[in-house]
Write a protein that binds this ligand. Structure first.
Ligand code: CO
Length: 212
């Protein structure tokens, strides 16, 4: 059977050869261990690739991506990634990275039927409901979506902080910072939403003062 994906294998071999030429020990070193300092929780959107955006090499960032970068308290997939990253890899930073113009956010704010995915997007509808007065007060539709992308990131930062994994890490005095970022597809820049949480006290304060 002809392999219609031959071009990808060709690209792969070219890439591997180029990397090895620049650093002959690259693959042999990396195959023995990974030591990332960061866990990136981002959107599955093909335009938001974690390593490329922050210019990190393989081995430098542990990654979990799903539609609209949602952290659900009962999502074993996401929780397992967080646990491995925090308990085993001992990452120092978790960044929840949303992006403006996110299709998942737009879909969640409409009333159209998208099938099964609407159950996933329900988590974002909750964020909208909790912030309805602020979001609805924004007249420009584009700005309204952008603000929802930010509010969704903030909510997911709270969810990361509320996970038993992160709470235990802080209880054990492990260094761990949880950040909220939003990426612009238009200029490639990341905006820090300045909601970083670095210990249990800050997390509690945030819960008490935050609308969401
Ligand atoms: Co998206």
């Amino acid at each position: 059977m002809p392999n219609s994906l031959n071009n990808l294998f060709e690209k792969n071999r070219e890439w591997a050869a180029k990397v090895k030429e620049e650093d002959p020990a690259f693959f042999s070193t990396l195959s023995k261990q990974q030591n990332p300092e960061y866990l990136w929780i981002g959107c599955a959107d093909s335009r938001v690739p974690a390593n490329q955006i922050v210019d990190l090499l393989p081995g430098e960032v542990f990654v979990h991506r799903n539609i609209a970068n949602v952290v659900v308290h009962t999502d074993l997939n996401c929780l397992s990634v967080i646990q491995y990253a925090v308990d085993v890899l001992k990452v120092k930073h978790i960044m929840v990275v949303g992006h403006y113009n996110c299709g998942g956010i737009k879909a969640a704010m409409g009333s159209e039927d998208h099938g099964m995915i609407d159950n996933w997007l329900g988590h974002i509808k909750d964020v909208y409901r909790l912030n309805k007065s602020e979001v609805d007060a924004i007249e420009d539709e584009h700005s309204r979506f952008d603000r929802m992308c930010e509010l969704n990131v903030m909510e997911q930062v709270s969810n990361v902080c509320q996970s038993s994994i992160v709470k235990n890490a802080w209880r054990n005095n492990q260094e761990l910072h949880v950040h909220g970022w939003c990426y612009s597809l238009e200029n490639g820049h990341i905006k820090d939403l300045e909601v970083t949480v670095s210990n249990a006290e800050q997390s509690l304060n945030r819960l008490n003062t935050c609308k969401i």
